[in-house]
Design a protein around this ligand. Structure first.
Ligand code: MSP
Length: 646
């Protein structure tokens, strides 16, 4: 049976501005999908590139005193370097200035013209030069300016070629209505349907006012203008002229992943051009949302443009990729903030994932001389873990097939939390003390190593730098990129007798001065709130009397809900029950525990501590934890909520 194929594209980026984190966002999503599909056994073709023609580039090059190609060469080299640093696994990089592309665009022009869909006319329109877009009166914003960039538009009149977009309105509408997944998400689909229903104007596809572009065949004073040139890149790279076999395999594309503002061009103009050429339409246009920065749209004038290269320098590619993919629901706008990024790195990567790896390898080293031994026993706890892993793999596959990246990652991290909890449940340190429990200990260690094998493979589309590191630290043989999703559908891929590799931390915690200040600020508030009480409880030599200690009311409380306090590194809001009373307490444990892990725990609460406000939330008490300087764990008990601790 021939392999299933998968062709995914990003937009080709304009080399007019430096790429920012918003561009990296789109490319990272496409990369995660491409990597997932390869792992799922598809033959993948993943394309990105650069959209190099147009008046703006020509003007910018003139200003610098260089030719347009010299101008773009430099910028495009920067794109390619950035994608490399971000571990983007594109199979091709298409530059619209390449001869292979010129040939295809000119051929498309000829064929559409022969079909009667291209004609010469006079264009008078409202043109936005920065956006290289014509707009109708109706589309302008409330100030009569460009609806995209809100700058003034000018009335332009010139001889131009037109594409008869209006010919295709009915067929397009029918196609969109009959194929519910053609445009995703549904909000964009609905937008496009109403846009088409308003009527489509023919599309101007040539310009005479500049010459940095692909000449119109047999009429060289015209160059082919923006979208007819740009969109065609998707078929050029698929081998339309150069490689008919490849074209047969990959066309139509499975997904054109684009930002929401260019869904219109991809789901209306592009299908109409393809219809004119009798070529099949792409299967899906997916419009993702915009990345905004600290609540604001990125722009040079606001000075809030986030440079992905600087972020990679500081945090590494995988942390950035993890954040972009996990934090933002595909299709919706999402916020980028440094605090949120650091919060995720510390909680999800350094703590949840890092600790699981570290604890597992540490115990295999300490208890079993670094050898993963066979699992020969099976308790209910072991069975539950194995069942959860199988459920995860199934949900992961279904979710990723449907591009539900962030929900899939949430499930994956819930499993990481689950595996951490398995350590607490099985208490291997206790098993290690009892020689009779050696088989159980081996099973627990095996199951943890196997969990990490599954986890490392499943994170590989999101974190391609970290996944092979975990793989190697587990002592797995061979290249992780040759491993397929099917290989984690059955439990037992780790070989008994396998030696673990060199254990190394994968994500060091990021210490944040501001967050530290925040935490100590909160502490100061607490101290200010109760300084006298504390002083009174202390005798001159630093010891407290039993009567003084008795003033502290310690009670067992059950965590009924937990929620991270947004924009903080460590704070978790806990809802506790004392049996007859419910409390809200803010605790600095979000870097150690996930919300899911906390619910159900029976902890010890200092119940008569003076309430204090932490990050705007009143905290009524404090839960006790123990720390050896490195690790911090809550003090837990199995006694019922409300019990008095003495
Ligand atoms: N060259 C055209 C696309 C032609 S595709 C045949 C273009 N280029 S662009 O460089 O301006 O934008 C490329 C992509 O980056 C678009 O999909 C756009 O939505 C995306 N983004 C630009 N800023 C963005 C954010 N702030 N957030 C997310 N994506 C953003 O349009």
């Amino acid at each position: 049976m021939p392999n299933k194929s998968f062709y995914i594209t990003t937009p080709i980026y304009y080399p007019s501005a430096k790429l920012h984190i918003g561009h990296a966002y789109c490319t990272t999503i496409a990369d995660a999908m491409a990597r997932f599909k390869r792992m799922a056994g598809y033959d993948v073709f993943f394309l990105t590139g650069s959209d190099e023609h147009g008046q703006k580039i020509q003007q910018a090059a003139e200003k610098e005193g260089v030719t347009p190609i010299e101008y773009v060469d430099k910028i495009v080299a920067g794109f390619q370097a950035l994608w490399k640093r971000l571990h983007i696994s594109n199979d091709d990089f298409l530059r619209t200035s390449e001869p292979r592309h010129h040939r295809v665009v000119q051929e498309f022009f000829r064929r559409a013209k022969a079909k009667g869909d291209v004609y010469k006319g006079e264009y008078t329109g409202l043109y936005c030069t920065p956006c290289e877009s014509y707009w109708t009166e109706l589309q302008l914003d409330e100030n009569g300016c460009c609806p995209d960039c809100h700058r003034p538009v000018e009335k332009v009149s010139e001889e131009a070629y037109f594409f008869k977009l209006s010919n295709y309105a009915d067929r397009l509408l029918k196609h969109i209505e009959e194929n519910p997944d053609f445009i995703r998400p549904t909000s964009r689909r609905n937008e496009m349907i109403s846009f088409i229903k308003q009527g489509l104007d023919d599309l101007c596809i040539s310009r005479t006012s500049f010459d940095w572009g692909i000449p119109v065949p047999d009429d060289e004073k015209h160059v082919i203008y923006v979208w007819f040139d740009a969109l065609t890149n998707y078929v050029t790279a698929a081998g339309f002229f150069d490689d008919p076999e490849k074209f047969k395999k990959f066309w139509p594309a499975d997904v054109h992943l684009v930002g929401k503002e260019i869904v219109r061009f991809h789901s209306i103009i592009w299908p109409a051009i393809l219809m004119s050429l009798d070529l099949p339409l792409p299967k899906q246009i997916y419009g993702h949302g915009w990345l905004i920065v600290d609540g604001d749209k990125m722009s040079k004038s606001k000075g809030n443009v986030v440079d992905p290269n600087l972020l990679i320098d500081e945090f590494g590619a995988d942390a950035i990729r993890y954040f972009l993919l996990r934090e933002i629901a595909l299709g919706q706008d999402g916020n980028f903030s440094r605090d949120a990024l650091i919060g995720r790195i510390n909680a999800d990567l350094a703590n949840d994932l890092g600790n699981l790896l570290h604890r597992t390898l540490n115990m295999i080293g300490k208890f079993q001389d670094g050898v993963i031994e066979a699992a020969t026993t099976k308790s209910a706890t072991d069975e539950a873990l194995i069942a959860d892993a199988a459920e995860l793999v199934a949900a992961y596959e279904a979710g990723m097939e449907n591009m539900e990246i962030s929900p899939v990652m949430k499930k994956l991290w819930a499993f990481i939390g689950r595996a951490n909890k398995y350590i607490d449940e099985t208490a291997p340190w206790a098993l290690a003390k009892d020689p009779a429990k050696k088989p159980e200990l081996s099973t627990v260690m095996y199951n943890l190593a196997e969990s990490l094998r599954v986890i490392s493979l499943l994170i590989s589309p999101f974190m391609p730098e970290t996944a092979p590191k975990i793989w190697a630290q587990l002592g797995m043989k061979g290249d992780i990129w040759a491993v397929r999703l099917d290989d984690v559908k059955t439990w037992g891929g780790v070989s008994a007798g396998q030696h673990i590799g060199q254990a190394e931390p994968i994500f060091p915690r990021i210490e944040v001065e501001k967050e530290e200040k925040g935490a100590s600020g909160a502490k100061q508030e607490k101290q200010k709130a109760a300084p006298k009480q504390e002083k009174k409880a202390e005798t001159a030599d630093g010891v407290v009397t039993i009567d003084e200690f008795k003033k502290i009311e310690l009670r067992v409380a059950e965590v009924t809900a937990a929620e991270r306090v947004p924009k903080t590194d460590k704070l978790m809001k806990l809802t506790l029950t004392l049996g007859d009373e419910t409390r809200e307490v803010v605790s600095g444990i979000a870097d150690v525990y996930t919300a899911e892990e906390l619910v159900g725990k029976h902890v010890v609460l200092v119940a008569n501590l003076k309430p204090a406000k932490l990050r705007g939330i009143m905290s009524h008490g404090m839960v006790l934890a123990a720390s050896d300087g490195e690790k911090l764990r809550l003090i837990e008990t199995e006694l019922p909520a409300g019990s008095v601790v003495r």
